[in-house]
Design a protein around this ligand. Structure first.
Ligand SMILES: [Zn+2]
Length: 424
């Protein structure tokens, strides 16, 4: 048993693995501390390599000043809508990203995998997704870095599907546009995506995880900053004068609900309030929080709650001041995608053609598609076969990755046929 979902997936796997390993070795970690864009130069190394590879496949290719590489594969049928494919070249800053050395573990036996460095183990007891991949060829890092399947699995799957389509002009396909961009992990990818020049009717990000996943819903997200100003004097002569901003901030944090509305106490469709950073002195305290929900009205309630709690605490000390700043991050893409059901349905059909049952899930987070959909390019998200993102335990299944590449090939066919959604 090879555990591939189809002969097509099996045929795509060797080229896919070679590409993935080549891309994974390039250090493309983005940085939140950098003001440059792209935030790190290594991302451009991969962008330039991808430009070369896409050109060699016969695509028309352009690298934009934003660090995005765009490519066009011409249609083989007339009259079909232009369809976009996208993935991000950067990897998360949350774990080491330099010196990635991918290791292939053929025919996984379902046991614990001990990686050579960092004492890292992949244990199916704590990572049950592994058990769905017994018999698969798994790819991991060497244990002390990320693997970078997020999102180089997506990049490699798109390039592999394009290579297959370019080599098979007899397969019906619409004009395909591809975009690979930097800095998604620091929240600055989709804002710099050149939608206007892209010219696609819709696009698909390959930035999901488990096989079959098709995601058309994300959190709506805002960031809240509470700034508390106290009154600071020398503590030796502070009697009756000092107002400690740090203590007030502590009381605000303590007032937040502990048993609900937190990432650690919610799942599924529940949202949360989450303090991410506190910087405090006696004079001034700045509390950063994020608020998340799938429902915009409930998101507003979460923001109103933290505002009320902060106001109540600070109001106990009339000489203290409070400022509340609410910054929009991204919105649930569901409303935009519901308006064009054929876009998500085409992906579901492509997944079914690979013999997989589509699994509609919501993302407890955002994707490039959240912002792209709001900007007018409807963009659901597809699985990549990568798992345990943003950690040294990150792994991928070659069989699942190959299935994703095959789904892209089918997706081209679906759009070339002018597939119409079954409307309710
Ligand atoms: Zn990603």
């Amino acid at each position: 048993m090879t555990h591939y979902t189809s002969p097509l997936a099996e045929a795509l796997a060797p080229g896919l693995l070679k590409r993935f390993v080549r891309y994974a070795r390039i250090d493309t970690q983005s940085s939140r501390d950098s003001t440059a864009r792209p935030s790190t130069p290594g991302q451009l190394d991969l962008v330039r390599l991808l430009a070369e590879e896409l050109r060699a496949l016969g695509l028309e290719v352009r690298i934009a000043e934003t660090g995005f590489v765009y490519g066009t594969l011409p249609a083989t049928v007339a009259g079909a809508d232009v369809v976009g494919l996208s993935a991000h070249v950067d990897v998360s800053p949350d774990a080491p990203g330099a010196g990635v050395e991918p290791i292939v573990h053929p025919d996984y036996d379902g046991g614990v995998i001990a990686l050579p460095h960092g004492g890292t183990t992949l244990d199916p007891e704590r990572m049950p997704a592994l058990l769905a991949c017994v018999g698969h060829d798994l790819v991991t890092s060497s244990g002390d870095t990320l693997l970078g399947a997020d999102d180089k699995a997506g990049v490699a799957e798109i390039v592999t599907a394009l290579a297959h389509l370019a080599a098979h002009p007899e397969l019906p396909r619409p004009e395909l546009r591809v975009a690979f961009g930097p800095d998604e992990e620091i929240g600055d990818g989709a804002t710099r995506f050149g939608i206007e020049g892209f010219g696609a009717r819709c696009a698909y990000t390959l930035d999901g995880s488990t096989i079959g996943e098709l995601q058309d819903e994300t959190f709506s997200a805002v960031a809240v900053t509470l700034t508390i100003t106290g009154v600071d004097v020398h503590p030796g002569t502070a009697h009756g004068i000092l107002v400690n901003a740090a203590k007030l901030a502590g009381r605000v944090l303590a007032a937040l609900p502990a048993d609900r509305l937190s990432p650690e106490t919610t799942t599924g469709r529940e949202g949360f309030l989450h303090p991410t950073e506190v910087r405090a002195t006696a004079t001034r305290a700045v509390v950063q929080l994020i608020a998340r929900d799938f429902d915009d009205a409930r998101l507003d309630e979460h923001v109103a709650l933290v505002r009320r709690l902060a106001e109540e605490v600070v109001a106990t000390e009339p000489r203290a001041r409070l400022e509340v700043e609410v910054r929009e991050q991204y919105r649930n893409m569901r409303a935009h995608l519901d308006a064009v059901p054929e876009v998500t349905e085409a992906a579901a059909e492509a997944i079914r053609r690979e013999g997989i049952v589509p699994v509609r899930t919501q993302i407890r987070g955002g994707t490039d598609g959240s912002i792209l959909s709001a900007r007018g390019l409807p963009t659901p998200n597809l699985f990549t076969g990568g798992h345990e993102y943003h950690s040294v335990r990150e792994w991928g299944s070659l069989q699942e990755m190959a299935a994703a590449a095959a789904v892209i090939v089918h997706l081209a066919g679906v759009w070339a046929e002018g597939f119409e959604a079954e409307r309710p």
